[in-house]
Design a protein around this ligand. Structure first.
Ligand code: PA5
Length: 449
């Protein structure tokens, strides 16, 4: 069961920067009001993500697709960006072997090698073309709007490659809005297999919809366990003092105290990409109207040797959340030896498990002693069930924090202008005004050295 431990956010443990012990009591009414709003928005279908664990879309169809695909494809290429990529990527990296693509087929349990192509850097695109055998590749094109330039340009390229050497109808699967957008139209016209993203589920909240479930199933992830984890969390969140609301409330209160940098610090290497998923969710949902936290990702223990100095002695503007597991899948011993060197010898006879867990506790203790707010999300282990719990918990925490901040956590109006300028520069019709603006911008003299 996922636990949110907020002890080291309290005054009694970190001194004046902390929250008073009675913060929950004091904010009970606010939380009750927020909870009512959340439940109302769920009922009205505005918070569509809250229904996904209980009524997953096309689950049986997704499972059959995965069954059929097993062993058939050498490569899986996932074309999508932002919310249309990060959830599935996080799941794959959390659960599958860290060097999945390097393993021989039997060790990959007949699963395909996978590339998540969430950038349009020509070197990256070229490298993928160089690496895959297009005839043996299944391609997922994931875009809720069906209009995202990055994903569509990749689609154009890989469609052309498959047309030359393969079978587009068999090799391309589309995941998009059920009715709207060019990808839906195209899927119908070309006869591609297609799955729907519920219209009331936004990109970054869509990991438990076909956006996350289709790639996850193709990568061997247990969808039932994933959804069960999310259901368990949703059921726990019926009560007011649940981890999602507490995470949201504590972070909101620190935001009000000027601590607007929020760090997620997993001490599990496999959860590195889960921190990316959270970072997008927290940033894109909460950063607007001149407000919002800046989310930072750090990895334990690696970033102890990179960011920790700042966290310990820099400005007190951060709330750090460790993400830990009770148990790792493997235990690896550190052999003894070199007993004549005390700097080395003390490590022998322990395990790497002890070392990473000890370093986390030591860092937590040091931050606490330095009066730095820090909390902890503890998972039992890394598996599909725990990922389901985590996804749902942080999605709910995000909308809860958004309501507390009185902003809309579902939109992202700030990314539109850059998209319009791009379309204007790429010569799209109907963008004359933007073209004028961007041309003026480009003509401005630059100061350079
Ligand atoms: O969370 C969001 O809404 C965004 O990050 C989108 O997922 C991202 O922009 C991709 O959009 P689309 O799925 O329409 O291609």
């Amino acid at each position: 069961m996922l636990i949110y431990d907020f002890s080291n956010l309290l005054e009694e443990n970190i001194g004046e920067k902390g929250l008073p012990g009675a913060f929950l009591e004091k904010n009970k009414e606010l939380l009750k009001e927020t909870d009512l709003q959340i439940k109302q928005k769920a009922k009205e279908g505005i918070f569509g993500f809250m229904h996904l664990p209980f009524t997953p879309l096309a689950l049986n169809q997704i499972k059959s697709l995965a069954l059929e695909a097993r062993g058939k494809w050498e490569y899986l290429l996932v074309l999508g960006i932002g919310g249309s990529c990060l959830g599935a990527l996080a799941l794959h990296r959390a659960i599958n072997h860290p060097f999945h693509n390097l393993l021989p087929k039997e060790k990959r349990q007949n699963l395909p090698r996978v590339f998540f192509l969430d950038n349009v850097d020509p070197e990256l695109i070229n490298a993928v073309l160089d690496t895959i055998d297009i005839k043996k590749t299944l391609i997922l094109v994931i875009s809720k709007s069906g209009k995202t330039a990055e994903t569509l340009s990749q689609f154009l390229l890989f469609f052309q490659e498959i047309e030359k050497q393969g079978n587009p109808k068999e090799q391309i699967i589309i995941i998009t809005d059920p009715e709207k957008g060019p990808l839906r139209e195209l899927a119908k016209k070309e006869g591609f297999t297609a799955f729907s993203v519920p219209p009331n589920v936004g990109g970054r909240y869509s990991v438990l919809s076909p956006v996350g479930l289709v790639p996850a199933a193709l990568l061997g992830i247990d969808l039932d366990a994933l959804l069960k984890g999310a259901q368990a969390m949703a059921n726990r969140c019926q009560a007011l003092d649940n981890p999602a609301y507490l995470y949201a409330l504590t972070h909101y209160l620190f935001l009000n105290k000027g601590l607007n940098i929020h760090v997620l610090f997993p001490y599990v290497h496999a959860l590195k990409d889960l921190a990316d998923w959270w970072r997008q969710l927290w940033a894109e949902s909460l950063g607007k109207e001149g407000k919002g936290p800046t989310p930072i990702k750090a990895i334990g223990v690696t970033d102890q040797h990179s960011q920790l100095q700042l966290y310990m002695q820099g400005p007190v503007d951060k709330v750090i959340t460790f993400l830990t597991v009770k148990s790792y899948q493997h235990t690896v011993s550190i052999p003894g030896g070199f007993s004549e060197y005390p700097d080395i010898a003390y490590l022998g006879g322990h395990t790497f498990n002890e070392l990473i867990q000890t370093e986390q506790v030591a860092t937590e203790a040091a931050l606490t002693k330095a009066g730095r707010p820090n909390a902890k999300i503890e998972l039992d282990k890394v598996d599909a069930f725990n990922m389901g719990e985590f996804f749902y918990c942080l999605e709910l925490a995000t909308v809860c924090c958004g309501i507390l901040m009185q902003i809309n956590p579902l939109d992202q109006p700030g990314v539109e202008l850059g998209k319009r300028y791009t379309q204007a520069l790429m010569g799209r019709e109907g963008f004359a005004e933007e073209r004028k603006e961007i041309d003026q911008f480009l003509k401005r003299p630059r100061k350079k050295v």
